[in-house]
Design a protein around this ligand. Structure first.
Ligand code: ZN
Length: 701
């Protein structure tokens, strides 16, 4: 005998030309209770009718206790051991209770004696209706009618009872009574497939549940787990709990509206199909060969670069040949402004993104539609690795605009079918309000912004009223203490560091995995080399060095051995999380002198420019970047010399002007201290101007 009482595969149902059910997969073990949960019109009743043979199915199979019953009519299904207690009871009001019950055995052609015996069993379960056996069914109360409807279904002694909305229109006390009987039935060995609009009630009463929306099963699993899944609870159950199931908000406006027009994402994965290191290497070599040929044919910049080194595309025969290729740098991008590295005709370019650089010449990257699709795919993969699902609500507090951040987070969110709350950065008041009102479950921002929010949440005392489970943050380094602080103040949220850079599509080029010891990077989209920034020779596996990347399928602006200046190291060996994707440590810093301060990139040269434009200031200055150990916040002290023969009474005005110009031009607010001319140390060679004590901080990984 099959372990499965029912097994449905790839079932479609049409009403005329309109498809009512899509690719339904469902299976139930013997003896349990399974629930179909969803709003009106989600397809629950249609599925029960399809199983019962009351509506025609198209495609797919239905097996009952191992036997193929696809396409059987209702009478055959009753003989196979199925019985349906339909929505709205569907009793014959003019007939007596007895006559209604007898209808339940009609398809079975059993004798009168057996019929009477079964009726006695039904009455044993429902003593209330025995008293009314000769009464017209139409005169009974709603609860009694429900008992007759269930009794009629039980007359056939089903092994699988299909129960459609047993609590519909019943008072809570009567509903409790009906559900007690359902549990007794289950204990006596009857398998029950239950349709119930009250999601909390259905999840509490069943072993497994299938969530339906728009004719699809959108999620399924252990009912108790689903009931206690915070994301699901917020999305579908409102204030309902096991003890207070009637608080469920799930109704006509529940599941259907929230899930409208979304694909079933519950079983979709964005993880690579690659299964082994050999497969990955073969994939990388193919991508490398394509990229070199494509860049050589499409871009005069690359062609000249290769020619100068005497390299031809056919020279690339193995992954080791990568080392024959020349490096590219941020300077190449700036020199090629506005369309550096462009390797396809303009008509194939669908979008431009640029880095939020502080100099006039931004790093501009072009994208074909395929480039966008690739980026979105691996961004969705990152969300997947962080455990974000279509039930999440993602508050995206990163910049939207010409830079890549907002777009990446947004498109990835839409790809996995989650709900986006695109707030953009800043505006702490709005962030808090929407976090409360929309019950966002995921917060995306820079590390600094996450800290600002964490402090504000703490200040307002709302940590227990928000529902942020995960924080995905990127674009700057963060210390262990800072991470700890953010997580604590957010009420225990899990942090995921997400790396990325504009030149390499944008954010999302990898992500911290749930083990929180490393970042998995998408080696099926780019090759990562770790080189000594001085010698540009590969470092030993596990040693720190500069990230150098080569893309494998980027069309509009391919990167070949692009020096990112980011410092990290490869972590050898497999990860306990089981991902095949290789991993690196969280970014430790940059190999050049660019400073990152509260999410803003600052070049010393831009400070030079500002200071030299303010009359009364000297040429010498020092920048002291430090981090407050207690709150993890960075601060910048700018010590600037006055110009020779400047009047000390002007120092305050000079300091104010310096702060003002930094705010205006760099969007940072330094503390400024004007010091006497000649008091800062001088050096014949390059003076050290930047003192970053933050570099001494512990970094994860
Ligand atoms: Zn991992």
């Amino acid at each position: 005998m099959s372990e499965k009482i029912i097994e449905i595969k790839s079932l479609d149902v049409f009403y005329g030309a309109a498809q009512a059910l899509f690719d339904i997969h469902l299976s139930m073990d013997r003896g349990g209770i399974a629930a179909l949960v969803g709003a009106n019109g989600a397809g629950k009743s249609t599925l029960l009718k399809a199983i019962m043979g009351l509506v025609k199915t198209k495609n797919g199979t239905i097996r009952i206790a191992g036997a193929d019953c696809t396409g059987s009519n209702a009478i055959k299904m009753v003989r196979k051991g199925l019985s349906l207690s339909p929505e709205g009871r569907e009793l014959f009001g003019e007939l007596t209770v007895r006559e209604n019950l007898v209808l339940g055995v009609l398809p079975l052609k059993i004798g009168k004696a057996e019929s009477e015996k079964r009726m006695a069993e039904v009455f044993a379960r429902f003593p209330k209706i025995e008293q009314r056996v000769e009464q017209q069914a139409g005169t009974l109360s709603g609860g009694e009618q429900q008992m007759v409807a269930m009794g009629r279904a039980l007359m056939a002694k089903p092994s699988l009872l299909l129960l459609d909305e047993p609590s519909l229109g019943l008072a809570p006390l009567i509903t409790d009574e009906i559900f007690d009987i359902i549990h007794q039935l289950s204990r006596s060995g009857v398998s029950i497939l239950l349709v119930e609009q009250n999601a909390a009630r259905a999840l509490s009463a069943s072993d497994t549940s299938y969530l339906m929306a728009n004719g699809r099963i959108v999620d399924s699993g252990d009912s108790k787990k689903l009931l206690h899944d915070p994301a699901l609870r917020r999305a579908f159950l409102g204030a309902a709990s096991e003890n207070n199931p009637d608080a469920s908000r799930l109704g006509a406006s529940g599941l259907t509206n929230i899930r409208l027009e979304k694909d079933d994402m519950s079983h979709k994965s964005f993880m690579p199909e690659i299964q082994s290191e050999e497969e990955l290497c073969a994939h990388q070599l193919k991508g490398l060969q394509w990229t070199v040929k494509h860049a050589c044919e499409g871009s005069s910049f690359y062609r000249q670069l290769f020619d100068a080194k005497g390299i031809k595309p056919e020279d690339i025969q193995s992954l080791d040949d990568l080392q024959k290729l020349p490096f590219t740098t941020a300077d190449d991008l700036r020199d090629g402004y506005p369309f550096p590295l462009r390797s396809v005709p303009f008509e194939q370019i669908v979008r431009i993104h640029a880095s939020s650089g502080t100099t006039g010449k931004r790093k501009v990257m072009a994208y074909t539609q395929q480039d966008i699709d690739d980026w979105v795919h691996f961004f969705a993969r990152g969300y997947e690795m962080a455990g974000v699902t279509s039930l999440d609500r993602i508050q995206i507090a990163v910049g939207y605009g010409v830079w890549t951040a907002g777009m990446g987070f947004q498109l990835g969110c839409e790809k996995i079918g989650a709900l986006a709350v695109p707030t953009g950065p800043g505006n702490i008041d709005l962030q808090c309000q929407l976090m409360l009102d929309f019950q966002s479950t995921v917060f995306c921002s820079t590390a600094s912004m996450a800290l600002l929010m964490a402090e504000e949440i703490h200040k307002r005392g709302i940590a227990d009223k928000i529902n942020i489970q995960k924080i995905i943050y990127g674009s700057e380094r963060s210390s262990v203490s800072m991470r700890k602080k953010i997580s604590e103040l957010f009420g225990g949220a899990e942090l995921f560091d997400i790396p990325g850079l504009t030149e390499l599509y944008g954010p999302g080029t990898g992500i911290e995995c749930p083990n929180h010891e490393c970042i998995h990077y998408w080696a099926d989209y780019y090759i990562l080399e770790i080189l000594d920034p001085e010698t540009l020779e590969p470092v030993k596996p596990g040693e720190w060095g500069e990230m150098v990347v080569t893309t494998l399928c980027k069309e509009a602006s391919p990167l070949i051995r692009y020096r990112t200046r980011d410092l990290t190291r490869i972590i050898p060996g497999p990860c306990a999380c089981g991902s095949i994707m290789p991993r690196h440590s969280r970014i430790k810093g940059r190999s050049d002198d660019m400073m990152k301060f509260r999410g803003v990139n600052i070049y010393p040269s831009s400070i030079d420019t500002i200071l030299s434009a303010i009359p009364g200031l000297g040429s010498e200055y020092q920048v002291h970047l430090s981090r407050n150990e207690k709150n993890g916040r960075d601060s910048m002290l700018l010590m600037v010399e006055e110009s020779e023969n400047c009047d000390q009474s002007r120092w305050k005005d000079l300091a104010d002007e310096t702060v003002h110009q930094h705010k205006k031009q760099l969007m940072v607010t330094p503390e400024v201290e004007i010091v006497a001319y000649g008091s800062l140390p001088r050096s014949e060679r390059k003076s050290q101007r930047i003192f970053d004590t933050r570099l001494g901080e512990d970094i994860v990984g």
